[in-house]
Write a protein that binds this ligand. Structure first.
Ligand code: ARG
Ligand code: ZN
Length: 466
């Protein structure tokens, strides 16, 4: 959730036609096998993700020198080909690759922009499980997104703030970095003693030797690369298990501790409330990473353990927690559908307010609807933001939530909340599209809703009231 609005806009990759990107990778297929595409085919981020294989597991072993800002890494990926493959790409930007093996045999590699192009000694047959190991090192740098914001590995005064949405995963590990491809993760990070490294899932091991501490984290549920973190800082750690059996691990920068404490104290009740509304919490672990990282201006729903750039307010906690269902468990297939993440998490905020003595969702809707046609809210339709520079804009968050409120009014509360729960249950640990959501809503309610969704998700300008 954005704390501030993003200043400058910058059109980087968003303008590269997909066809061009596909052409570059598919050029001159050499027998036997063909090259995997350099991108997953997403028009907003044409080079994010890759073709020709899927990753099942990432095993990342990292060591970070905070003063030198130097990262040493080994990434071992367990993958499976989806075609006969004589060459494939991983997403990786900056850093120096010192070696690549495929099935433990050294492979040829080269760098081309944000692509690490790997040519195994022998081509891989279709449907074959294989292992990729990449060793790399260097000073990671964040990427500047089309909207001018930064993501990826962002150094702080005492470590690093690591947030990868939409394309920052490639700044710290080689990945198939499109949410289409989800995998489990082991993330092991060694930092100077006294600092804490926090990633997703459960803490499998922690040990200190020779002035360094190693944290081994494991996320066993499928996770999109952008939701992985390895945030490092001087953190106060709090661990406990909720009544529902969820293991909580909170890491808080001491400068944010007093402001964060009353809000983090609400995490178990927020998750319990959301579980009643959206169905069971999708994970076994939870928590928060509250960093002190001025200038970032957003929080991220890093899987199981959202990352905040400063002490969050309760609304932001509700928002990032709601993303665990909508965005993390049910993932995007294409960035164009970003309202399925942000519209839902924003509507969760409205519902929380409504059910905790604040304004009704209707009142929130009305206040937004009253904004004049020239307001940024109506600048583009949430179901078709047009490019990567618009994915975190007001229409996606607020008008996306307005679309859900219109749905709720059209089908009634019973069906509406059933639709939300069915959506989370049917696509759990998987993916969803806008078309699948609208179809589910129509089936569950027995109503024709194409007009409603067309108006609220796809028409330009301020919709007329029904
Ligand atoms: N998904 C985040 C949230 O709304 C926002 C991430 C913004 N990322 C960025 N690079 N501007 O919770
Ligand atoms: Zn969000």
């Amino acid at each position: 959730r954005r704390a501030t609005t993003v200043p400058r806009r910058r059109a980087v990759l968003a303008t590269v036609p997909v066809a061009l990107a596909a052409l570059v990778g598919a050029a001159a297929p050499s027998a036997p096998g063909t090259a995997g595409a350099p991108g997953a085919g997403d028009p907003y981020f044409p080079l994010s993700g890759n073709g020709g294989y899927h990753v099942q597991h990432y095993d990342l072993t990292l060591r970070y020198d905070i003063t030198r800002r130097h990262l040493d890494g080994t990434a071992v990926l367990t993958a499976r080909t989806t075609q006969r493959l004589n060459r494939f790409d991983l997403d990786l930007t900056g850093l120096t690759v010192t070696g690549v093996t495929v099935d433990r045999t050294p492979a040829a590699f080269r760098r081309a922009g944000q692509e690490l192009v790997v040519t195994p000694r022998r081509s891989l047959p279709a449907g074959r499980a294989f292992r990729i190991a990449v060793t790399y090192q260097g000073t990671p740098k964040p990427v500047t997104d089309p909207d001018g914001s930064q993501d990826g590995w962002i150094p702080t005064d005492d470590g690093a703030f690591v947030a990868g949405e939409p394309q920052g995963a490639m700044t710290w590990f080689p990945a198939d970095a499109h949410p289409k491809d989800k995998a489990s993760y082991d993330i092991t990070i060694t930092v100077p003693q006294g600092r804490t490294a926090v990633a997703n899932g459960s803490l499998a091991a922690q040990h200190t030797a020779q002035g360094r501490t190693t944290f081994h984290w494991r996320e066993d549920r499928p996770m999109a690369a952008y939701l992985a973190t390895a945030t490092i800082g001087t953190f106060q750690v709090q661990r406990f298990t909720t009544r529902d059996g969820i293991e909580v691990y909170n890491a808080v920068d001491p400068r944010e501790a007093s402001a964060a404490a009353p809000v983090l104290a609400q995490l178990p009740s927020v998750l319990a409330w959301e579980s009643r509304l959206f169905g069971p919490y999708p994970y076994r672990t939870a928590g928060a990473i509250v960093d002190h990282a001025p200038g970032i201006g957003y929080a991220l729903e890093t899987q199981t353990r959202p990352l905040y750039d400063s002490a969050p307010d309760l609304t932001t906690l509700v928002h990032e927690s709601a993303h665990q269902w909508f965005g993390d468990s049910v993932s995007l297939t294409t960035w164009k559908d970003i309202w399925l993440n942000e519209g839902f998490a924003t509507y969760a905020e409205w519902l929380y307010t409504e059910q905790h003595g604040g304004d009704s969702a209707q009142k929130t809707f009305d206040a937004l609807y009253a904004t004049p046609p020239g307001d940024a809210l109506w600048a583009y339709p949430p179901g078709d933001p047009g490019s990567g520079k618009n994915i975190f804009g007001k229409p996606v968050y607020a008008r996306g939530a307005m679309a859900l409120h219109e749905l709720r009014k059209a089908v009634g509360d019973r069906d509406f909340f059933r639709i939300l729960r069915d959506w989370a249950a049917q696509h759990r640990d998987g993916h969803g599209t806008t078309a699948q959501f609208t179809q589910l809503a129509e089936r569950a309610s027995g109503k024709r809703l194409d007009g409603l969704f067309h108006t609220w998700l796809f028409t330009r300008g301020k919709p007329n009231r029904a």
